[in-house]
Design a protein around this ligand. Structure first.
Ligand code: NAD
Length: 305
């Protein structure tokens, strides 16, 4: 594995350290960059903890190098993944440096959640090498990564990015248009819009909506996508159901007032004790533990298969 190409991860926060761990686990040398030395040191420990959690072998420090500056960290890198703050100006400043200091074959990827890749790449040299690589949190446990094609991203960049991500066990998908929310967040939030609308209309309470998803169609979502499911039940039935339901589905173009009012009155969810539902610290911890244990078990299952 010694001749794996070098990967640089910019930003060692929540996402950056998990992305770095993915590449380290596959034997890639990783340069991790963050202007905050304390964050870098913490990330080194967090990475080590992930190896322990997933029971993967790791020689601490063997492949991982830490940097506070971008220039020396991108020298000789084949792939750079930016996971800095979600602020356009900061990302553009980072990509200006990446375009300047990286080699001519280096792929420059952003893990932005919502900023269009074409906005980040605008006016920066080598836009054909700039691409989106949208990981999901936590990236060391969730395999999906959306590879987003900006207006000027070359197909060769897309293909190489997918090949590199697949080589570390990610499940890469190609998003052919640079649309807000890419694919996953559009689907997730389309469901959220309807959930909030039903709550607002008094169809049921928040827990009922969560129960319907968790104990109903959510049970099969991990193994059956929505279009696969449509084909399974038949498109004739799908057409009949959609013809009946579509006219009454929510089409709000802005977030509903029940959400806006909660935010304005400080009901922000588990961190304030109440949001759509009420939370004691213990109940909130129980949810966090439940999600973590589920994702760790799934990740371990994938690693052993
Ligand atoms: P974070 O705040 O935990 O980490 C960002 C890191 O960037 C910090 O450690 C900060 O010190 C560092 N940083 C600040 N300025 C920098 C600079 N000029 N150069 C390099 N590093 C710099 O944020 P995060 O949650 O890890 O998110 C990082 C990116 O990933 C964002 O674009 C975010 O939208 C995206 N993302 C986040 C999630 C999520 O669930 N948190 C999911 C998918 C994508």
């Amino acid at each position: 594995m010694a001749d794996q190409p070098k990967v640089t991860v910019i930003g060692a926060g929540l996402m950056g350290h998990g992305i770095a761990q993915r590449f380290l686990a596959a034997g890639y040398p990783v340069n991790l960059v963050d202007p905050n030395l304390q964050v870098l040191e913490q990330a080194e420990q967090q990475i080590s903890d992930i190896f322990t959690l997933l029971e993967q072998p790791y020689v601490k420090g063997d492949l991982l190098s830490l940097y506070t500056e971008i220039q020396p960290a991108v020298e000789g890198a084949k792939l750079v993944i930016e996971a800095g703050p979600e602020i356009l100006d900061v990302k553009r400043d980072i990509f200006t440096q990446l375009a300047r200091f990286s080699g001519p074959e280096c792929i420059l990827a952003s893990n932005t959640s919502a900023i269009p890749i074409s906005e980040i790449a605008k006016g920066i040299s080598h836009p054909q090498r700039i691409v989106g690589a949208h990981f999901w949190n936590p990236p060391h446990l969730v395999r999906l990564v959306e590879v987003v094609q900006g207006d000027e991203t070359s197909l060769s960049t897309i293909e190489q990015t997918i090949a590199l991500l697949d080589s570390v066990g990610m499940k890469s998908v190609h998003v052919k248009r640079d649309i807000p929310g890419f694919i996953g967040n559009r689907l997730q939030h389309a469901m959220k819009r309807e959930a909030i609308a039903m709550l607002e209309a008094g169809v049921c309470d928040a827990q009922t909506i969560d129960d319907v998803v968790k104990h109903g169609f959510g049970q099969r979502l991990a193994v059956l996508g929505p279009l696969e499911q449509s084909d399974l039940v038949g498109l004739d039935l799908t057409l009949r159901i959609l013809t009946t339901i579509y006219p009454s589905l929510d089409t709000s173009a802005t977030p509903q007032s029940t959400l806006v009012e909660r935010v304005e009155t400080g009901q922000l969810g588990m961190k304030t004790g109440g949001g759509f539902r009420q939370w004691t610290p213990e109940a909130a911890d129980e949810v966090r533990n439940r999600v973590r244990e589920h994702l760790v078990a799934k990740a371990k299952q994938t690693l052993t298969n």
